[in-house]
Design a protein around this ligand. Structure first.
Ligand code: MN
Length: 403
């Protein structure tokens, strides 16, 4: 399959990628587009011209209507777009609706419903346990039995490029008697992957491991900005709260699951064997993770390369656990993997780990984020055509606290 679009073939946004986003040109309403090379295909007029049954979903200001159509429509729309961009006989119809990325504004692609963040990396959980509880077992007793998670704040999920204001709050160091209030002095990132729900489930009906692809539409890059000083003081006993809820950044492109068909790999190994509701169907073998490479870029320099394939809990296990009590998911719900960290020092997905709790400066003396710092998270995966594809990147610059 080769695209006729100039500059796209062989790029990270070739015909085997085709992520969805929401875009507008000045003075126009936001609507759904698909990326090819450095161009956005304006789907609405092409779908209307071809009288597609679902043409109305492309006029929306979010991907939710498209995602709600379900897996079969997701797959058929992808086949249709692939045909448009590879079949030369469609070129006259399609080419006028290709818009340079430089001419558009990209919007938050999803109207986010509920947001859940997990803690699925063994290396991250072990590192954090050692840093926060140096005298105890790094992993708490539940960790290898269930994917630990918490409900986050969907209203502060923002699109890549949105500046992040340094939060203020209470913090208390172990050597102080009482807490103090002020701007966080330990502002951090968490390099993660997010999964966006398309097809809802019904309350009372768990989503099984094997039904993952029937419910999840696609994947976004995600930065779970974290204020470690606020978090360390507030998190006992109910978990993360204001140390996390001030901002979560997601990429402006959503990569549909089909673009990641070549990226599935066995998870590294789970011991003990998870309970049956966390396993693939009989005879299916071990749980499957994704071979997605991440780069953490601080002010233009790569400071870490977390490998998503080392994650302990798989994306389907996270969804199975999230719904096993009968909690339903809705179109637009977002759940995130938790910080991606590999076993090596250069594979850590947070500054907390890279600086080992602030004790070992890295990257020109950095421990935590300073005002003006810019962080970019980049993601690539094997594509179905043998090369690599890029997921949407996640950028954010730290602005000073508003005092
Ligand atoms: Mn997180």
């Amino acid at each position: 399959m080769t695209t006729w679009v100039d500059g796209a073939a062989g790029s990270l946004f070739d015909i085997d990628n085709l992520p969805y986003g929401v875009f507008s040109r000045p003075g126009e309403e936001p609507r759904v587009g698909v990326r090819i090379g450095d161009l956005v295909l304006d789907l609405s007029p092409v779908a209307a011209a071809e009288m597609l049954d679902v043409h109305h979903v492309f006029q929306e200001r979010s991907l939710n209507a498209l995602m709600a159509e379900g897996r079969l429509v997701r797959e058929s729309v992808r086949r249709w777009v692939t045909g448009l961009l590879s079949d030369g006989t469609e070129r006259d119809l399609v080419e006028p609706h290709l818009v340079p990325l430089a001419d558009v504004t990209l919007h938050l692609p999803v109207e986010v419903g509920d947001y859940v963040d997990f803690y699925a990396s063994l290396d991250h959980a072990t590192n954090v346990g050692r840093i926060f509880r140096p005298d105890g077992e790094p992993l708490l007793p539940n960790w290898r039995h269930l994917p630990v998670g918490y409900h986050g704040r969907s209203g502060t999920v923002v699109g890549s490029g949105t500046p992040v204001t340094r939060p203020q709050g209470q913090r208390k160091s172990p050597t102080d008697d009482t807490p103090t209030f002020g701007p966080s002095t330990r502002l951090d990132i968490e390099a993660e992957l997010g999964f966006v729900v398309g097809t809802p489930s019904s309350i009372g009906e768990p989503v099984s491991y094997d039904d993952f692809a029937d419910h999840v539409f696609g994947v976004v890059g995600l930065n779970d900005w974290s204020a470690r000083d606020i978090q360390a003081w507030e998190y006992v006993p109910l978990g993360p709260f204001l140390g996390k809820s001030f901002a979560t950044s997601v990429s402006r492109w959503v990569t549909p699951l089909e673009a990641l068909d070549a990226a599935w790999v066995d998870v590294p190994g789970q011991d003990p064997t998870p309970l049956p509701y966390l396993r693939p169907g009989t005879g299916a073998g071990p749980a499957r993770g994704l071979d997605i490479g991440v780069e953490v870029v601080l002010n233009g320099a790569v400071v870490s390369r977390p490998p998503y394939r080392t994650m302990y809990w798989s994306p389907a296990q996270l969804l199975a656990h999230l719904t096993v009590n009968g909690a339903s998911v809705r179109t637009g719900d977002l759940y995130a993997s938790g910080t991606i960290s590999g076993p090596e020092a250069g594979q850590r997905g947070s500054f907390l780990e890279l600086s080992w709790g602030g004790t070992e400066p890295f990257a020109d003396g950095r421990t935590f984020l300073e005002d003006g710092d810019e962080v970019v998270l980049r993601y690539t995966a094997p594509g179905t055509a043998g090369g690599r594809i890029a997921l949407g990147e996640v950028t954010g610059r730290v602005e000073p606290a508003r005092e």
